[in-house]
Design a protein around this ligand. Structure first.
Ligand code: NOJ
Length: 535
């Protein structure tokens, strides 16, 4: 009890990401909206999540589906109004659910007033709010930087005869964070949402906000070839993870800290040792630098999973709080990456590890990437190669078996096609099935809430187990829980000498609560068990 009180809500809670276009369409236009999310909060409360992270809902030409913002302090009519936002926030808080919003500081839309002004002439008062450079001697782009979505990161502007930088789509010009006026304007944005009562921010590409002052060329990655993911083409040596970015993050954090109990999360794709710097020397940067190791794992196996958990636990600075992410709107869904059987194991892992878990809407149903025919694709990342489109993982939430899947009205065409499996993979069907994916996730969430060892207890991984098993102990105040995950499709025999007996509190198959001899214990193929150890 004492321990739990010392922890913040964002340490003991779990975060559920909503991609607003795809969660719930309340007005029958085929696109999800804020009122739809408010209607479905009862489900999230029933499920037992603690916080929602909402991808952007601000006015946007939707070149990158909301990550191209034309006004930081309003709501796009497609999603509703500021009143709808307030209603969502109020209702979420009434149900004890926190609301984390997306903050996108690296770039605006080219239709933002700031950019329209900046582009109007070289003498514009906002010229230096963005990153403008003269052409190279041959008239081409100022350097070799490439955009995450493919092609040069520089776009020539005929009117003013210079290039502007866009690390993403041509409609997403990068802001110049070296300019104090930009910082001041963006800090006003943070205050706007904090004053409105949001519980924190997930900050988009926070590690990319500052670029090299000398605009040096990035090294190309050897072996990259057309058809490979465009974002993997170069090393971001001069466009990412620049030392000066830490000062900006500290300024943001100190602003956020002026408000009570808010969380500050950074989207950062970096190897663990570099990632750790984003906690800050005095833990004064982000509370949680998103830990994408599970998303990035090349091979899903007991040894790779254990290696990444142990390495991360070891690397954490003193006092820093861990976090784990299973999926997001940018990467293939977990059930597609590792298969549905292992995805159950992945959820047991996520919800029994030390650290704040985040998962992506629909993953709790075992939703897989939808099949999206190339002619129905929208995502700018797929423009050169549909294989890299992020549309498949953004298909509408599957609520029931009716036409429209309960996401939209029957007869309405949703903005992305529904996954073909929606008639049996959906909330309604799975709520009634005691062995479903959803039932497993709900049970895991309620165990996590009721067993302090699972949130705030210590973590120790065990040697001497079969190669295909990852086994660890969570322990707090004398209470010990063993998590045994079989990451293979074969039965595994475990002989643990830590204790003699234990009680299976939960199997990923949801079919046993037996007492087991830990010295001789069998995990079925693809089975994970949470076991309370008898002392
Ligand atoms: C990261 C976001 O998660 C992604 O969806 C977006 O395209 C880029 N940042 C640009 O904002």
């Amino acid at each position: 009890m004492f321990m739990a009180q010392m922890h913040k809500w964002w340490q003991t809670g779990v975060v559920y990401q909503i991609y607003p276009r795809s969660f719930m369409d309340s007005n029958g236009d085929g696109v999800g909206d804020l009122a739809g999310i408010t209607q479905r909060l009862g489900y999230l409360e029933w499920l037992g999540i603690d916080a929602v992270w909402l991808s952007p809902v601000y006015p946007s030409p939707m070149a990158d589906f909301g990550y191209d913002i034309a006004n930081y302090t309003d709501i796009d009519p497609l999603f509703g109004t500021l009143n709808d936002f307030d209603a969502l926030l109020h209702e979420a808080h009434r149900r004890n659910i926190k609301l984390i919003v997306d903050f996108v500081p690296n770039h605006t839309s080219d239709e933002h007033d700031w950019f329209v002004e900046s582009r109007s002439s070289r003498e514009s008062s906002k010229r230096d709010w963005y990153i403008w450079r003269d052409p190279a001697a041959d008239g081409g782009p100022p350097n070799n930087w490439t955009s995450f979505f493919g092609g040069s990161a520089w776009q020539f502007d005929e009117g003013s005869g210079q290039y502007y930088l866009h690390m993403f789509d041509v409609k997403q010009p990068d802001l110049n964070w070296r300019n104090p006026e930009v910082r001041a304007a963006m800090y006003d944005v943070l205050r706007f949402w904090l004053d409105r009562g949001v519980d924190g921010f997930r900050v988009d590409v926070i590690w990319m906000m500052i670029k090299d002052a000398q605009f040096r060329d990035n090294p190309n990655r050897p072996g990259w070839k057309p058809g490979d993911p465009p974002y993997a083409r170069q090393e971001g040596r001069y466009t990412e993870n620049q030392p000066e970015v830490h000062d900006v993050i500290k300024e943001m954090r100190s602003l956020v800290d002026r408000y009570d109990e808010r969380v500050f999360i950074g989207e950062i794709y970096l190897p663990v040792p570099q990632l750790m710097h984003y906690y800050g020397h005095s833990l004064d940067e982000v509370h949680l630098p998103f830990n994408f190791q599970f998303i990035e794992l090349a091979t899903w196996s007991a040894s790779t999973i254990r290696a990444c958990v142990d390495m991360y636990e070891k690397a954490l600075p003193e006092g820093a709080w861990p976090n784990w992410v299973l999926g997001n709107h940018d990467r293939s869904r977990i059930a597609s990456r590792i298969g549905k059987e292992q995805a159950r194991i992945a959820h047991m892992l996520l919800l029994t590890l030390r650290g704040t878990p985040t998962w992506y809407y629909g993953d709790e149903l075992g939703m897989q990437d939808a099949v999206v025919p190339p002619e129905m694709m929208h995502d700018p990342q797929g423009k050169d190669n549909p294989q890299h489109s992020r549309d498949p993982q953004r298909s509408p939430m599957q609520w029931n078996s009716q036409p429209g899947a309960g996401f939209t009205q029957p007869g309405v065409t949703s903005w992305l096609p529904l996954s073909q499996d929606y008639q049996h993979v959906n909330v309604q069907v799975e709520q009634d099935d005691e062995h479903s994916y959803l039932t497993l996730v709900k049970k895991l969430l309620s165990l996590r809430q009721s067993i302090p060892a699972l949130t705030t207890g210590s973590y120790t991984s065990l040697d001497g187990v079969p190669d295909d098993c990852f086994v660890y102990i969570r322990e707090q105040e004398g209470k010990r829980y063993l998590v045994a995950l079989n990451c293979s499709g074969q039965e595994q025999q475990l002989h643990l000498d830590h204790a003699r007996q234990g009680n299976v509190v939960l199997s990923t198959f949801l079919d046993r609560n037996d007492q087991v001899e830990l010295t001789n214990f069998v995990l079925r193929a693809n089975e994970g068990c949470l076991i309370e150890i008898d002392d």
